[in-house]
Design a protein around this ligand. Structure first.
Ligand code: BYC
Length: 316
């Protein structure tokens, strides 16, 4: 077959909802786009453990501590499924980690904001995991098989994460005036960064058109952001706290909420590495990698020893 025939065959498969699998022919640009998105997603999960991991020792009860610990462990698992999915495209784990550490690979902007109070654990679960689910449910139908399958399990766990966050917010909002104020303050600080998670506006999103044609993405950045706002307004009303946007208003014609423009200068600064915690987050990852070198070396030495023992047993 000629290159052009391969391309047509590939697009026909995608249009017929047949999953693309690792050994199937695929355009180089499809492979690269997936490596970019999946590795960035994996990095987001791993870096995303940091703001919450920091609160495990300060959770207000044993129950909250156990729940938060389980959530952070889930995030490590998500990172590992996603790194494995990316590896099926021919990139090594070491290369991905090195790209994160050198600043070449991105991770979600949201994790460059500080989590300064216990209420932030509620807001992160409610809003950050809520935004993540909105984006990720669609990814369960992504055209690349290993990514789509990884996303199914991730979404189930994210749904639990979102509920635990909302549960923290409910408790705080039903508590003292001071506790309710903590919840309001967390909403004020996490609202806009959560909306930024969906990426630039559609007209400024260079990857969207091609990713939608390849059915990696099923909805545009703006469509998902709108769905998230529409779903979240009522949840804030139930909590009795106010979304920090005076222009938030129901629009009967579009059957959705209008909301203010995002501060794109802030978004671009955070993505460029100049957010409040970018340097701290990267340093934490690089330090963890360096400190874990002896574990990797020991695991490798053990695996080699075991392989030799198996070989010797087979010969004997
Ligand atoms: N932050 O053309 P666009 C989680 C970049 S983790 C940083 O629209 P695309 C969780 C984008 O990469 C949540 N960068 O891109 C974990 C591109 O730059 P490059 C993470 C961003 O890929 C722990 C450029 O801007 N979720 O759930 O079509 C605890 C232009 O954008 C951001 C995922 O990773 C951003 N917010 O669409 C709790 C989901 N937005 O790469 C929760 C998978 C955009 O060309 N990813 N950029 O240099 C996606 O769905 C898509 O990659 C995006 C962006 C919607 C994020």
């Amino acid at each position: 077959m000629k290159e052009l025939d391969f391309e047509t065959d590939f697009q026909n498969k995608i249009d017929s909802e047949i999953k693309i699998e690792p050994k199937d022919w695929m355009p180089e640009s499809y492979r690269k786009t997936l490596i970019r998105q999946i590795s960035q997603h994996a990095h987001s999960e791993i870096v995303g453990m940091l703001p919450e991991g920091n609160w495990i020792t300060r959770a207000p009860s044993l129950k909250r501590k156990a729940i938060l610990l389980a959530k952070v462990q889930d995030e490590a698992g998500h990172g590992l499924y996603l790194y494995s999915a990316a590896e099926t495209l021919g990139i090594s784990r070491d290369q991905m980690v090195s790209d994160l550490h050198s600043g070449k690979a991105k991770y979600s902007s949201i994790f460059n904001y500080p989590a300064t109070s216990w209420a932030d654990m509620g807001a992160v679960g409610w809003l950050v995991d809520g935004a993540a689910i909105m984006n990720q449910v669609a990814l369960c139908r992504a055209s690349y098989g290993p990514y789509a399958r990884a996303m199914v399990r991730i979404c189930k766990e994210e749904s639990f994460h979102q509920r635990q966050g909302y549960d923290i917010m409910m408790k705080l909002c039903a508590g003292t005036a001071e506790q309710k104020q903590m919840a309001q303050d967390a909403l004020n600080r996490w609202w806009w960064p959560s909306l930024m998670m969906f990426g630039p506006n559609d007209e400024n999103s260079p990857n969207s058109a091609q990713s939608m044609k390849w059915r990696i993405k099923r909805f545009s950045n703006d469509d998902l952001r709108q769905k998230f706002v529409d779903a979240t307004v009522e949840q804030a009303e139930i909590l009795g706290i106010k979304i920090p946007d005076d222009n938030l208003k129901w629009n009967e014609t579009k059957k959705g909420y209008d909301f203010s423009e995002i501060d794109w200068t802030e978004f671009n600064q955070v993505v460029a590495g100049n957010g409040p915690c970018n340097k701290q987050r990267l340093k934490a990852r690089v330090d963890a990698w360096d400190k874990g070198a002896w574990v990797r070396e020991a695991a490798l030495a053990y695996a080699e020893k075991k392989a030799v023992a198996i070989k010797e047993k087979a010969v004997a």
